[in-house]
Ligand binder design. Structure first.
Ligand SMILES: *[C@@H]1O[C@H](CO)[C@@H](O)[C@H](O)[C@H]1NC(C)=O
Ligand SMILES: *[C@@H]1O[C@H](CO)[C@@H](O)[C@H](O)[C@H]1NC(C)=O
Length: 600
């Protein structure tokens, strides 16, 4: 339940088509945007500024160097805004923060042991009803177990690990006559098996299972364009189109299988995995849209982009992530991925990155296609940012140190002079986007919502608040004080912000990234923890006590808690110059390939 006076924003218009106009003031006033104390404070400032200015004038008169000092400071901080690169003052060093790291291990045990007690071997876990379920009626495919194994290995939980391995050895089966999502199965299960293989020092059990699973998935790629179908019947070894959109595939889904299939190819010396994954990238490059961005759907027969939303959120996100990571994974030997990544980042910067109206927060918009009566296509900019986009701040920072750097490796933290122009641009955007994602945790629970909207002048909302002096730059659409939270208001244990914090910390050593991560961890402990075991999604980040939903997503154990652990762990564990994380946070080693990508 929102309180009366402290919160400055959060609720907003129900529909962007019908933004509240000034006559809607009343509905916004039920959540006061401005409290008496700050009004009085502003008044006070108005009276004080004249004598303050006089004092300052006198001070500068007697200390003439002050002005130029201030000017320099300003230029430094504005130009290289909040970039740790310009200062090492808050450098934390790279040792472990043992206490915080161990608190994250305790959280993992709380999650895993409840799952093991109630639902071992089931694909999904429901911590409130203490039940497990499977993705299909044909039986489980180790969705949760395999997704969690590498986290246990990294955390050193030997006994838990031994039981999980035993389950893989004796109970795991992929011979399931049912449809599974090609992308999800690849990133969670294939990715998890490959990481387990790597981190156990090559326990063959995992490689054998990975080969079996990949061979069952391969038929999904048998389409005219080579773009894989969204579903795969693992038992029948058959690709299956989407029921509602039979000719379409999602861009992020087809372009987020490459790290896994390439690494398997490297391990087995079987070119087929490499070639199938590579042909997707070739198709995407051939059908590049004029602005260099990628819309979220492609046509599975022609391989062309289909006019549909363009965004860094759902169905778009990991396309951009894997452009960079394919270049990193192949030890920076495949220039075609660097070019594709740089091309896409320039387009993202020019078209999607925005500044919010009041406080100049950096955020990303979506482009929605529209046809006018003459059938002409145009794109409408929509200030909507999914929580999923929060991977992007850290990813931009990482990319700046690789494709945007003039010397590799860059220092930690990087120096301005080590970046080329586009590297400076991406680093700055990245630092600011991380900051924005942290700011979206400014809710009653300290957790960020699934989707935020930023205010733009044309939504009519800005006018309502512009006299108050209180910045109100983002809100949860459709949220109303006291009402049931809309879908956008949920937090489902997602990892993207802490993923970016982990990367940002490793690249800078700046302690504030650990501080922010610790705040988020404490909020998860306070609002998502189920006393009897496990963690649950919550329905509304602006409601305390939280209302929980009976679901613990597998990415809590594979991603959220792993990235938090690594944020507080010694930086020599899984260093970024030796490993690349797949989009489900499964670390895979960087290698120099013996196959060359056959297009450029
Ligand atoms: C899910 O599948 C596993 C087999 O892997 C089975 O043991 C379990 O009973 C299934 N769960 C349900 C709820 O049917
Ligand atoms: C990556 O390339 C560099 C430079 O060629 C080389 O020194 C290094 O050993 C390579 N790393 C791996 C893991 O192959």
């Amino acid at each position: 339940m929102p309180d009366g006076g402290l919160r400055k924003r959060k609720t907003g218009p129900d529909s962007e088509k019908e933004p509240p106009r000034n006559e809607n003031k009343v509905s916004h006033n039920d959540e006061p945007e401005f409290d008496i104390d700050s009004a009085a404070f502003l008044q006070y400032l108005k009276i004080l500024w004249i004598p303050l200015l006089l004092c300052f004038g006198l001070f500068v008169y007697f200390n003439p160097s002050t002005l130029s000092d201030i000017a320099n400071l300003w230029i430094e901080s504005d130009d290289w805004q909040s970039s740790p690169g310009s200062s090492t003052k808050s450098f934390a060093g790279f040792g472990a923060d043992v206490e915080k790291r161990d608190a994250v291990v305790e959280a993992f045990k709380h999650a895993w042991r409840a799952y093991e007690r109630d639902a071992m071997g089931n694909d999904e876990y429901h911590p409130i009803s203490h039940k497990g379920t499977n993705l299909t009626r044909a039986g489980g495919i180790g969705y949760t177990v395999i997704d969690s194994i590498d986290t246990m290995l990294i955390m050193g939980l030997e006994d838990d690990y031994a039981r999980a391995r035993k389950w893989v050895e004796t109970s795991l089966s992929f011979d399931r006559d049912a449809e599974f999502n090609t992308f999800e199965t690849t990133i969670r299960v294939l990715g998890g098996l490959l990481s387990a293989y790597e981190l156990t020092g090559k326990d063959k059990l995992y490689l054998d299972r990975a080969i079996e699973l990949a061979d069952r998935i391969l038929p999904a790629f048998d389409t005219p364009s080579g773009l894989p179908l969204p579903n795969i019947n693992l038992g029948k070894r058959q690709g299956v189109p989407d029921k509602e959109l039979p000719h379409l595939v999602s861009t992020a889904e087809v372009s987020t299988l490459q790290l896994e299939f390439r690494y398997l190819s490297y391990l087995t010396d079987e070119d087929v995995y490499w070639e199938k994954a590579e042909s997707v990238m070739k198709t995407i490059k051939e059908h590049r849209m004029p602005h260099g961005l990628a819309s979220i759907y492609m046509h599975v027969d022609t391989g062309q982009f289909v006019p549909s939303a363009i965004r860094l959120g759902s169905r778009g996100d990991s396309y951009y992530e894997y452009l960079l990571k394919q270049y990193i994974q192949t030890n920076q030997t495949e220039d075609v991925y660097r070019k594709m990544y740089d091309d896409a980042m320039a387009a993202v910067h020019d078209n999607l990155i925005q500044k919010s109206h009041y406080t100049r927060m950096t955020y990303t918009s979506e482009l929605i296609p529209e046809r006018n009566s003459g059938g002409q296509l145009s794109w409408r900019l929509t200030p909507k940012q999914d929580h999923l986009v929060c991977f992007f701040g850290g990813s931009l920072m990482l990319g700046a140190t690789i494709t945007g750097a003039s010397t590799i490796p860059v220092s930690i933290p990087p120096r301005q002079s080590e970046f080329m122009d586009h590297g400076k641009r991406d680093w700055k955007d990245g630092v600011e986007l991380v900051r924005t994602c942290v700011d979206t945790h400014d809710t009653l629970t300290g957790l960020s919502p699934e989707i935020v909207h930023f205010r733009i002048p044309s939504d009519g909302v800005i006018d309502v608040f512009s006299n108050s002096g209180v910045p109100t730059d983002w809100y949860i659409k459709g949220a109303r004080p006291g009402a049931e939270g809309p879908y956008d208001a949920r937090y489902i244990l997602r990892p993207e912000t802490v993923e970016s914090l982990f990367l940002a910390f490793r690249l800078t050593g700046d302690i504030r990234y650990r501080d922010w991560g610790w705040n988020i961890f404490q909020s998860i402990e306070e609002h998502c923890k189920v006393e009897t075991g496990g963690y649950a999604s919550i329905m509304n980040v602006d409601e305390v006590p939280s209302r929980k939903e009976d679901k613990m997503e597998t990415f809590l154990m594979s991603e959220t808690l792993k990235y938090l652990f690594l944020l507080f762990e010694d930086a020599s564990v899984l260093p970024l110059d030796k490993y690349v994380f797949n989009t489900e946070a499964h670390p895979l080693p960087i290698f120099t390939p013996n196959i060359r990508t056959g297009f450029s």
